[in-house]
Ligand binder design. Structure first.
Ligand SMILES: *Cc1c(COP(=O)(O)O)cnc(C)c1O
Length: 394
């Protein structure tokens, strides 16, 4: 097939055509098991009948109306997010990068409005990932994503993740925000420690800086709780969401408090598509399915099964040295002798009808549907082990 797209993505050789639950069929009719979830997006699998129904019903009413108006689906989704989080107010956009862009802009303006012109500095973590806009690649802690786009916005510094002393040394009265992924996703499914998030909260309070949790990947169920910060009992001032929020319909959001929200006064920020009624209608239905004790405990049980299965495969094949993460957001770390070869496991798995992910060069990542059933889990693990053994034998 010819490729009319810019070459910034290197597409896999098969072309998906249709999908249902955790199964995908390509244009050749081959069936795949999907443990990648569209990169932690398809939280209810593919073609969920409730989501199709929500989309169809809203499609009959109104698709788009602009932010000159609010709509019931947008208000309903904001109410759900507020009622089930630390927050009081919501801003909608269309992606994770836009959510972080909004969070960072909000923090800069809040700092300036309340404490003066000097309060503009942002602290982020090395190896963090916050999106691909110029501001978010600059805040993200991976130079490979930002260096080609210099000059970059100033006032951003990076400290080692989970290093309390480094954060203590970097934070000052000039800091307007500290942004952290409660589990670093793209760089290897690395959870923050309890002490680190507690220290970040304490230091932000001490220096009047806002604590931003980027829950674009961890939010809305993947960790076995609605939001990852609940595992820690540490609340942010702003939280960004996207990926699983729309279960595949593009939507992003930030959640913040009544103390901070007024900083985004009329005209200060915006988005043409943000709060789009189709996206919000789908997200409302998805939220109600995910935010139940049944779904969240299913994530916990299936996550434990997946973790155990991956550990066993690691022991039998010697390919993985550790499996880490929370719920159904897991990373299998390559053993030392196979260091930085996670991409080869991705390719081997795909050849055997299994869709996985990588998180950096050294971690094979799994972010399947939160509704993953035993059959798909077990068959997925069988395919993985066959793929790994063939790869080892080659
Ligand atoms: C995926 C991701 C983003 C970027 O989201 P987009 O929708 O691709 O813009 C930001 N932060 C984290 C933690 C992510 O995992």
């Amino acid at each position: 097939m010819s490729n009319y797209l810019t070459p910034n993505f290197s597409f896999a050789p098969m072309i998906p055509e249709r999908a249902s639950g955790s199964r995908v069929w390509d244009t050749e009719g081959c069936e795949l098991i999907d443990l990648s979830g569209g990169i932690a997006v398809n939280a209810l699998g593919h073609s969920h009948p409730e989501l199709i129904d929500a989309l169809n019903r809203q499609a009959q009413k109104v698709w788009h109306i602009s932010n000159i108006y609010t709509t019931q689906p947008a208000q309903d989704l904001a109410r759900r997010l507020v009622e089930h989080s630390f927050g009081d107010k919501v801003f909608f956009c269309n992606s994770g990068a836009e959510a972080n862009e909004a969070a960072l802009k909000l923090a800069r303006k809040y700092g300036r409005d309340h404490f003066g012109e000097h309060k503009t500095e942002i602290i982020a973590c090395i190896n963090s990932f916050h999106g691909r806009t110029l501001f978010t690649v600059s805040v993200g802690g991976q130079a490979k994503y930002s260096q080609d786009y210099a000059p970059l916005p100033p006032g951003i510094s990076h400290v080692a993740f989970n290093d309390i002393a480094a954060l203590e040394a970097a934070i000052s009265d000039k800091t307007c925000a500290v942004i952290i992924e409660p589990v670093q996703g793209e760089s290897g499914i690395l959870p923050a420690t309890q002490e680190y998030l507690e220290a970040a909260r304490r230091l932000c309070d001490q220096y009047n800086a806002l604590l931003i949790f980027d829950e674009v990947q961890t939010g809305v169920g993947h960790t076995g709780k609605l939001f990852a910060y609940e595992h820690y009992g540490v609340k942010p001032d702003i939280m960004s969401l996207a990926k699983a929020l729309g279960c595949g319909f593009p939507i992003g959001a930030i959640v913040t408090t009544d103390a901070i929200a007024p900083t985004f006064g009329p005209g200060t920020h915006g988005s043409t598509f943000g709060g789009n009624p189709l996206a919000c209608a789908v997200a409302n239905r998805a939220f109600d399915i995910i935010n139940t004790p049944e779904t969240l405990s299913h994530v916990q049980t299936q996550g434990e099964k997946l973790q155990t299965a991956l550990q066993q495969i690691g022991e039998r094949t010697g390919v993985f040295k550790q499996v880490r993460g929370m719920g159904l957001l897991l990373g299998a770390v390559m053993a030392d002798q196979y260091e930085n070869r996670a991409g080869e496991i991705f390719n081997a798995a795909l050849k055997h009808g299994l869709m996985v992910l990588v998180a950096g060069p050294n971690v094979v990542r799994f972010a399947p549907s939160l509704l993953l059933n035993n059959e798909d889990l077990q068959e997925g693990m069988q395919r993985l082990e066959v793929a790994i053994n063939e790869w080892l034998a080659a």
